[in-house]
Design a protein around this ligand. Structure first.
Ligand code: IFM
Length: 759
């Protein structure tokens, strides 16, 4: 079904019928497209919530419609290089996802088409680079097609019947199609672009009215105009819009014809004319593609490895950092699973995503973190989500963890840079006033400290990292033992920063000691750490409870925070192995819940083994890997890491059980208490991406940035040894060869550009 081609950083598919659409993201930072292996997908300008360009019918059958199609009419034969959506299929076909592009190679009756899709830096447009050849002289008619939608997907669902009459799609001159989303009360009319569709070949005709092009009781599978061989020249001032072009192409035997299609955005018609003229310049497409390639080459070259485990190598060098960058960019906004309708920039999620950007691009990391600081209030707490592009009001729920993630991310930025300057950047508070980054993170600590519960642990507030726990704290008394451990993780970080700044760090270490004592004395259950305390004072995650007796995070973070007494850490992680490991990932809790603590008011409505209720929660697995590395258990760390490599988990579960992509991590995998054990869910946009990358690079390889140098503290199993790693750090290329698990520290030396290290 698929094959990796690591030398060119690609994965190819020889069958379009994957169990679910297997996606890629094409993006220049402003114009974005999510595209499947069969050409389905969705394009948007900046935000899929308010500037979505085409329809993508999430969850509706048929799967993966609509997309970016080109119909080839060769006599009576009609087919698409994307394979979908025509029923008539090419004789030969292959598609490929690469770094920022997706390519289709197809052939039928002597006509071969290569269609390369990407979004370049030079214009905000999805470029479809088509190369056609024929074995004999032929004239074919080709129809590039996009089904447009209302830019605001939610408004479309609610108000389509009226607002569709405020849309227009028309021709600018003879051969550029324009779509105007002119709907009243749209949130940002002045920033809403026009959409254009153009190409660099003569246009015989076009359609802007979807129903004219597709016809009645038909679909994108069999548009009537394609069957008839000609577009109708329709425009649309009210109705359901589309872009379809009719291009009559003469092919000479053996000669290649190149045609480029541009689906782009610009603010005015004048600007569209300029953009299209630019797109049509001779070397525009080639130049644009070269930039995409070069940018990804440069980005990924910052950390590369060579190890015996080739699946791990594929993920570390290519797909894991690529996926993490998409999370950084899109947060949890839009994927095959997330409809891009309501989730903005989540403070908790994004702060974690930034961690994986730190070694790649400090400025990008800082700018994103600064955005999160704008969501912080003077008292130190944060909004939960914000919508900087859409301009909507944020979600203001107060969770116990959001503000603490800011401290961790800030710490890692400073460590990577080896300078304190970032702490002096000034950022506004959400409720007025401004402060330096340093003041912001101190407020995070203050807030946590000001919100401790009866037992002394941080109050859960609206929940901690685990969304499901919102019910234990509805009366405002529930406490989070895990947040105490998160607090305990960042307290030494802020203490170190304070010391570097010449301020008192001891007070943070004192708080740490108090929390640590509580963790060991109050949270310890005999064999593992309990998870939280309900409003009523009931301990969740205890042997005494009938269900959900053990929770993964409370064990892994007892190690990460170094709060658990050493023998308790060991015992807790042994229990993880014993009760939670499934050999296809580690479950988040055991046993899964049903009607717990009561049928009337259960903690969760998730079925057993699904999502938050006893699935393999991949994001949380990363912390177990880190914990095992910190305990110096290389075999166990490797086991947990290896079994979740997407291609490994997929092979083990079976392609048709696992279903999701074998090249990116999923958020969760149905656990053994479900009859769908092994089904992966919510791929691409998940905190797993950032943390899995951190787990392997910073804990398994053990390459960690410190203020005054680079620490290499590997915890590698024999399957990962010997390891050769190239890591860029403060302008120096470190070529590191690791043959054994021995710690070294390399003090930073200014001006050094290359260094070989052998361990
Ligand atoms: O931490 C959350 C995240 O914010 C959204 N997905 C689920 C995670 C665990 O509950």
């Amino acid at each position: 079904m698929y094959q990796f081609h690591n030398e060119v950083r690609e994965i190819s598919f020889d069958n379009y019928k994957t169990p679910t659409p297997w996606m890629n993201y094409l993006s220049n930072g402003t114009f974005h497209t999510m595209m499947s292996q069969a050409g389905g997908g969705v394009a948007f300008y900046k935000s899929p919530q308010i500037w979505r360009i085409n329809h993508y019918r999430f969850f509706h059958l048929p799967t993966d419609r609509s997309g970016f199609y080109t119909y080839i009419k060769d006599g009576e034969d009609i087919w698409c290089p994307t394979n979908e959506p025509c029923r008539n299929k090419p004789e030969q076909w292959k598609s490929t996802h690469g770094m920022g592009y997706t390519r289709f190679e197809a052939e039928k009756k002597g006509v071969a088409v290569t269609a390369n899709y990407f979004v370049g830096k030079l214009e905000n447009a999805l470029i479809w680079n088509l190369k056609l050849t024929s074995k004999e002289d032929k004239t074919v008619t080709i129809f590039p097609y996009v089904e447009l939608g209302m830019m605001e997907f939610m408004r479309e669902l609610q108000w389509q019947c009226y607002n569709k009459h405020q849309l227009s799609a028309y021709a600018l001159g003879d051969d550029i199609l324009v779509y105007k989303y002119g709907v009243e009360t749209q949130p940002k009319p002045d920033e809403t672009p026009l959409v254009y569709f153009a190409c660099n070949a003569p246009v015989a005709s076009y359609d802007c009215d979807r129903d004219e092009f597709v016809g009645s009781y038909r679909s994108e599978e069999n548009p009537v105009r394609v069957e008839e061989g000609a577009c109708s020249g329709s425009t649309l001032y009210g109705g359901d819009p589309c872009f379809a072009l009719q291009l009559n192409v003469e092919l000479k035997a053996g000669e290649e014809k190149e045609i480029n299609i541009f689906l782009g955005t610009a603010m005015t018609e004048e600007e569209i004319l300029k953009c299209v003229a630019h797109c049509r310049e001779n070397d525009f497409v080639e130049k644009s593609f070269a930039i995409v390639k070069e940018e990804w080459d440069t980005f990924l070259s910052k950390f590369q490895c060579e190890i015996p485990d080739k699946d791990a190598e594929t993920m570390i060098n290519i797909w894991n950092p690529y996926q993490a960058e998409k999370n950084f960019k899109f947060s949890r906004n839009i994927s095959y699973y997330a409809t891009g309708t309501f989730r903005g920039v989540g403070v908790r999620d994004t702060a974690q995503d930034i961690l994986s950007m730190v070694p790649f691009d400090l400025r990008r990391a800082k700018d994103k973190l600064n955005l999160l600081f704008t969501q912080q209030y003077q008292d130190g707490h944060c909004n939960h989500y914000c919508f900087p592009t859409e301009g909507w009001e944020p979600v203001t729920r107060i969770h116990s963890d959001n503000h603490l993630w800011l401290v961790m991310t800030c710490y890692h930025i400073v460590m990577e840079e080896g300078k304190l300057d970032y702490l002096d950047e000034v950022v506004e508070f959400y409720d007025g006033g401004q402060a330096t980054v340093w003041e912001h993170i101190k407020k995070s600590i203050d807030f946590c400290l000001a919100n401790l519960g009866e037992h002394g642990f941080p109050l859960m507030l609206s929940s901690d990292w685990n969304d499901m726990l919102y019910k234990v704290c509805r009366k405002g008394k529930g406490e989070s033992i895990w947040t105490s451990m998160q607090f305990g993780t960042v307290l030494p970080m802020i203490a170190e920063l304070a010391k570097l700044k010449g301020e008192d760090g001891q007070k943070y270490l004192d708080i740490y000691e108090t929390q640590k004592k509580l963790v060991n004395e109050v949270a310890w259950d005999g064999d593992w750490f309990r998870r939280c305390i309900t409003d009523e004072g009931r301990f969740i995650g205890s042997k005494e409870e009938p269900q959900a007796k053990i929770w993964l995070n409370a064990q892994s973070w007892s190690v990460i925070s170094k709060m658990g007494d050493p023998e308790k850490q060991e015992r807790a992680m042994d229990c993880v192995k014993e009760y939670l490991d499934t050999d296809l990932g580690i479950k988040k809790i055991h046993p899964s819940m049903k009607d717990y603590p009561s049928k009337e008011d259960p903690l969760t409505y998730y079925n057993k083994g699904c999502g938050e209720n006893g699935s393999v929660f991949c994001h949380a697995n990363t912390w177990a890997i880190i914990a095992e590395c910190m305990l110096k258990h290389p075999e166990r760390a490797y086991k947990y890491y290896h079994q979740l490599l997407p291609m490994v988990a997929q092979a083990k579960a079976g392609e048709w059980r696992y279903k999701a992509e074998p090249y990116v991590y999923a958020s969760n995998i149905f656990g053994p208490e479900s009859d769908k054990f092994g089904l992966a869910n919510v791929s691409w946009l998940t905190g797993t991406a950032a943390w899995m990358y951190i787990a392997v690079t910073q804990y398994m390889f053990g390459i960690r940035a410190h203020y005054d140098g680079l620490e290499i503290d590997p915890c590698l199993a024999p399957e990962m040894l010997p390891a050769k790693v190239t890591r860029e750090f403060r302008g120096c290329r470190y070529e590191i060869t690791i043959t054994k698990n021995e710690k070294v520290f390399i003090p930073y030396e200014e001006g050094r550009t290359e260094l070989k290290v052998e361990i």
